[in-house]
Every structure is written in C-alpha cells, then in structure tokens.
Design a protein around this ligand. Structure first.
Ligand code: ADP
Length: 273
C-alpha cells in the first residue's frame, strides 16, 4: 500500500532564485476595495485582503458565498468590477502558482498513467528531460505514489487520485498552492496524508497555502490567517482576529464555540470534536 513518507531531510524542489529574492516581503496578492461578480450577478463587495509569502490561509463559508469566485480573481480568470487587485508578477507571470480544483474537468476516456497525469502539471514551464525526471521522482516520493507511477490514473482510489492531483500541483515547484476542499469525501487516513503533505510544504518548503475547507479542525490546527465568506462580504485577517464564536456563528448560522488555547491559537469546538 502506498503511504506518504514524512520528509526527513527537507530540501527545496529547487533552489531559491533571484526572482524569489526580488519578491521577498511583497504581497503575493493584494485586493483593495474589490468588487466581484458575473455579468449582472454581484457576488462579493469591498474585499480588502493581502496574502503574503509564508502564510497559510483558510477560506471558510457556506457553499455559494464566493470562495471560488475570489480564487478565480486571484488567478486572473475573473476581472474585478471595481477596486484594485495586484499580483506579484514573480509568482503569477512565472507560473509559480498551482491550483488544485475540487473536481477534475478531464474526461476519463483515454487511459493516462499517473506519471503522464502528473507531468501535465508542467504545462507552460520549460524543463529538460533529466530535470523533469527528478521533479517527478521527488513529488511521487512526497505524495507516496512511487509504486503507482505506471498505473492508470482513472483506476486509483479517491484518496490516491487526490494525492496525484497534489503531485501535479507540486511538480511546478509552486510558491503558492491554492487548493479547493482537498479532503472533502476522503476517509480519515487519506485526508490526514493530504494534510501532512500540505503542512510539510508550508513549514519546510515555505510554500504559501490558500486552502478552501469546511473543516474547522483544520483551521485550528494549520491556518495562520482566515477569510470568512458570508452575505457578500469577506472578513479576513490573522487567525486570532477573525476566528471567534460570534464571527463563525454569523458565517455558518449555527453556534460554534471557540476558546483561546494556551498557545494563543483559537481552538474551535464542533459537535464532531
Ligand atoms: P463557493 O465557492 O463559495 O461555493 P462560488 O464562488 O462558486 O461559491 O459562487 C458564488 C456565487 O456566484 C453563487 O451564487 C454562484 O451561483 C455564482 N456563480 C458562480 N459562477 C458563476 C458564473 N460563471 N456565472 C454566474 N454566476 C456564477
């Protein structure tokens, strides 16, 4: 069985480049008074958000409140109706951002090996044979799919598919990883392994994470910052500023007890706890 192995001796997928040095300390994405929507459908108004290198953001809110809409705008696929949205060109124009959607838009018509599937993550990036092979080996090791590299992607289990999607995102050596509910529908073991990889990327590889989730335990455990989506507004900032019983109650419409832990991180108590 494929297991994700903890990375004992973290090494970056690539060395820090002069481009990384140039953008150090600059926001990756900054929105000031941004309004987003589709033709005549308004979705979010007056968004003021700054995502900076090394942060771990959780985007939280009920379905249909605009999380994906904001991600589309961050990725440059949706133009703001008004306000100012700036993106670090060293990240976005150099292709150092990876997005893991909740569902694949691909059609399972043609058999595709896990290896071929992961290498599609290098689209638009010029790499040479040996370099590609090294990157592939590295991400297969990180997600624990080395033994399945020649297997047909479409025959993988749900948890293995999610890990292959993560590997496809990591093979670009992203500085920013945007990930839409990667643990939804996975069993506990599969979601734990995905979360371990994300935590490892954030802590040891300095990857900035934007994570869309419904799971409040994940927020308590991993996030440095949170954005709450509710009623067309985005309430965002450091975890301890944003995560309160009142704010979570407003967002989800049910009481959510929050206590401040000894480590200064808010602890969220839900009925599953
Ligand atoms: P979430 O990711 O929080 O579930 P979305 O950003 O997907 O929410 O959707 C926010 C709102 O925008 C919803 O009302 C949805 O129906 C609407 N919406 C999403 N995509 C489009 C689109 N392409 N055209 C028109 N409305 C859309």
């Amino acid at each position: 069985m494929n297991q994700i192995t903890a990375v004992q001796h973290p090494e970056k997928l690539s060395e820090a480049t002069s481009d990384e040095d140039k953008s150090r300390g600059k926001p990756i994405v900054k929105l000031a008074g941004v309004r987003l929507g589709y033709s005549r459908v308004p979705v979010l108004d007056d968004i003021n958000l700054s995502i900076e290198p090394g942060q771990f953001w959780c985007f939280l809110g009920p379905n249909g409140e605009g999380k994906t809409t904001l991600i589309k705008a961050m990725l440059g696929a949706l133009r703001p109706k008004s306000g100012r949205l700036t993106r670090d060109p060293q990240v976005f124009e150099k292709g150092r951002v990876s997005y893991v959607p909740q569902r694949l838009e691909l059609n399972p018509v043609l058999p595709t090996s896990v290896r071929e599937f992961i290498l599609t993550g290098l689209a638009g990036i010029s790499t040479h044979g040996e370099h590609r092979r090294k990157r592939l080996d590295r991400v297969l090791e990180i997600v624990g799919l080395g033994a399945s590299r020649h297997q047909n992607f479409w025959t993988l289990s749900g948890g293995q598919k999610q890990r292959a999607m993560l590997a496809r995102a990591l093979v670009r050596d992203p500085r920013v990883l945007i990930i839409d509910e990667p643990t939804a529908g996975l069993d506990l073991a599969a979601s734990t392994t995905v979360l371990n990889v994300l935590a490892d990327m954030h802590t040891n590889f300095d990857v900035t994470i934007v994570f869309v989730t419904h799971d409040l335990h994940i927020v308590s455990k991993y996030a440095t910052h949170a954005a709450l989506f509710w009623g067309g507004a985005v309430l965002c900032g450091e975890l301890r500023e944003v995560i309160s019983s009142e704010n979570l109650g407003n967002t989800f419409g049910v009481p959510v007890p929050v206590e401040m832990g000894k480590d200064g991180r808010p602890q969220i108590r839900t009925s599953e706890a």
